[in-house]
Design a protein around this ligand. Structure first.
Ligand SMILES: O=P(O)(O)OC[C@H]1O[C@H](OP(=O)(O)OP(=O)(O)O)[C@H](O)[C@@H]1O
Length: 189
């Protein structure tokens, strides 16, 4: 299982964003081109392990969108995107996102207190994005039934779990060592 995912990650070029070692991969960047078999491997594992008794899938722009789309098609569940674009719709909630190499405002719409949701994103690294998004979702009062970050890099998963008290489901754990992606473990090990 996950053979194409692991091969793709091992082949990821690394670029420097300041001091940050950024891996470039179809899952996290849509570059190089995504082999749909990679997406299928990820979604098959997620469906096998995750409680899908939710009202909505919630994804974070940008690189949570293709994962939410694939999961939605596989499950029939609707999905909503936390956008980097402000709409000014009633009830819209602004969230400040900070990663290891940049920051952005995110905007949450069409989520109501009591809705059961599954949050999905591509990568957790410093944990900054998930910590702020989970905090905002808690403020809205949604019921976070699960959080998927398909790739955990470094100790981001632990940081988010410690900060939020919410378990993070990741599929592959990697590190960037000496300019290369090293696969540390997968959920299927
Ligand atoms: O754990 P963190 O350090 O917060 O990093 C994880 C975040 O970084 C990327 O978002 P980013 O907004 O940089 O890129 P994207 O728009 O391509 O998703 C990625 O999609 C995650 O949301």
């Amino acid at each position: 299982m996950l053979e194409k995912v692991k091969k793709s990650l091992k082949e990821s070029p690394i670029v420097k964003k300041g001091e940050y070692n950024y891996f470039v991969n179809p899952i996290s960047d849509g570059v190089p081109a995504m082999d749909p078999e990679i997406l299928k491997e990820l979604i098959d594992v997620a469906v096998k392990h995750i409680d899908l008794n939710v009202d909505k899938i919630v994804a974070i722009e940008a690189m949570g969108i293709h994962l939410a789309t694939a999961l939605s098609l596989a499950t029939g569940l609707p999905f909503v995107i936390i956008r980097k674009r402000e709409y000014g719709l009633e009830g819209e909630k602004e969230v400040y996102q900070e990663t290891g190499y940049g920051s952005s405002n995110l905007y949450i719409n069409d989520l109501k207190a009591g809705e059961k949701i599954l949050l999905i994103d591509d990568v957790v690294s410093t944990g900054g994005t998930l910590i702020s998004v989970i905090g905002a979702l808690k403020d809205i009062g949604v019921d976070i039934k699960g959080v998927i970050a398909t790739i955990e890099k470094g100790d981001g998963k632990r940081v988010v779990e410690t900060e939020t008290g919410i378990p993070i489901f990741s599929i592959v754990k990697i590190d960037v060592i000496d300019g290369e992606v090293v696969i540390q473990s997968t959920i299927e090990d």
